[in-house]
Every structure is written in structure tokens, then in C-alpha cells.
Design a protein around this ligand. Structure first.
Ligand SMILES: [Zn+2]
Length: 214
């Protein structure tokens, strides 16, 4: 899998449709630095939020490339998609901002964002809470830039604010997070466990999960 930066769905679609994509370099599998070759594509559905805050489901074409050196095939995932998630990065951001910053209830989010169910909101909140060890590790290394409390005295709201600051600075969160933590955003390979003994441990206990998700 290769994560690529794109401003938004429209700029990606345009580039995708124009087949202007034969310039993906570098194989994450074998370290080959040359150009990878186009190797077909596939369509996937993505629940997205547009500039008028309407939720819609788009079909997104995903390019596949292969490495001429080792033969490995990679999907090129634009960073408005979170790998393995059916919901776009922007929509997930909108939901966690509404919940943690603007204190909307799950029911209010469901009413405001048509086609987004309360269960989906709940799943997103749980996935977000379970990635705090990775988020903490990532934001700690950018603490000064983001005005983030690297001592570990942080709430879910602080994580959302740090994420917001990161995006406001024009940085590519999904790709940087992936390269830094070796996992994709909103995925917890090791829930409830510290990823590194040297960092301050952020434990999401069952009571915290219940507080935010019941
Ligand atoms: Zn390769």
C-alpha cells in the first residue's frame, strides 16, 4: 500500500480519469526507487462529506501499481481515504469534531449528517479512542509545533485539537502518521497496550470507553 497526497476527491478524480498517474515512484516492499508501473485499478465506495456538509457516497477508482524489481503489487490510496475504512478522512474528522469539540450527542450527529447512523458514529468514536497510544506517540514528536502537552495530561479533545492544528499547518497527516507509527489512522493493532515503554502511557480504560460511547 502506498499513500499519496491529494487536496480532495475532485482533484483526485480528475487526475485519475486523465490517467495522469504513471509517476508513482518507490517500492515500500523492496526499496526500489524507480518508477512503478500501472497495473489495473478497482472501484470502491466511499462515504464522503462535501463542502456544503452533505454526506454522499462516491465510487472512487483506486490505482494499482507493480514494482518491476520485486513484482509486488501496491494499491495507491489517496489520503482523503483512510485505508480499510468506508468513511472518508474528512467525514471522520467532522464526526469527531462534532462529538469532542462541539459536544453533539450521537443522536444529534445522526440527525445533522443524513445517512450517518448512530452506530457508525459510535464505531468511529471507539476506533478513535483506541488509537490514542499511536496518536500520542505521533503528536509528542511534534509537540512544540502543535502546542501539545507531551507529558501525557491529555483528553480526547486535545487529540482532536492537535490533529486540527496539524492539518491547518498544511501537513499531510495520514501519510506522516503512517510513516511514523507504521499503522494507519483509526486502526489499533494493539489496543490497551503501550507501543513503547519510554513514552508516557495513555491508557484508555473501559470506563473511559463507556463514558464516551454509551
Ligand atoms: Zn519492489
Amino acid at each position: 500500500m502506498i499513500l499519496e497526497n491529494f487536496d480532495n476527491f475532485n482533484s483526485y478524480s480528475k487526475k485519475y480519469l486523465e490517467s495522469d498517474f504513471n509517476s508513482v515512484y518507490g517500492c515500500p516492499e523492496c526499496g526500489f526507487t524507480g518508477m512503478l508501473h500501472r497495473h489495473g485499478n478497482y472501484l470502491r465506495n466511499l462515504m464522503e462529506i462535501n463542502e456544503n456538509f452533505n454526506v454522499c457516497i462516491n465510487s472512487v477508482g483506486i490505482l494499482r501499481v507493480f514494482c518491476p524489481k520485486c513484482g509486488t503489487t501496491h494499491a495507491v490510496i489517496p489520503d482523503f481515504i483512510i485505508p480499510y475504512k468506508q468513511v472518508s478522512f474528512n467525514l471522520i474528522m467532522k464526526i469527531i469534531e462534532m462529538f469532542f469539540l462541539e459536544s453533539y450527542s450521537k443522536l444529534q450527529i445522526e440527525s445533522s449528517l443524513v445517512t450517518v447512523s448512530r452506530q457508525l458514529v459510535k464505531n468511529i468514536i471507539i476506533a478513535f479512542l483506541l488509537t490514542f497510544n499511536y496518536l500520542f506517540m505521533f503528536f509528542k514528536s511534534n509537540a512544540q509545533l502543535l502546542n501539545f502537552d507531551s507529558m501525557g495530561n491529555v483528553s480526547p479533545k486535545d487529540f482532536v485539537l492537535a490533529l486540527n492544528s496539524y492539518l491547518t499547518l498544511g501537513l499531510h497527516f495520514s501519510k506522516d502518521y503512517f510513516n511514523s507509527t507504521n499503522t494507519v489512522f483509526m486502526m489499533s493493532k494493539k489496543p490497551f497496550k503501550s507501543v513503547n515503554d519510554k513514552i508516557t502511557q495513555i491508557n484508555i480504560t473501559k470506563s473511559v470507553l463507556i463514558k464516551y460511547t454509551e
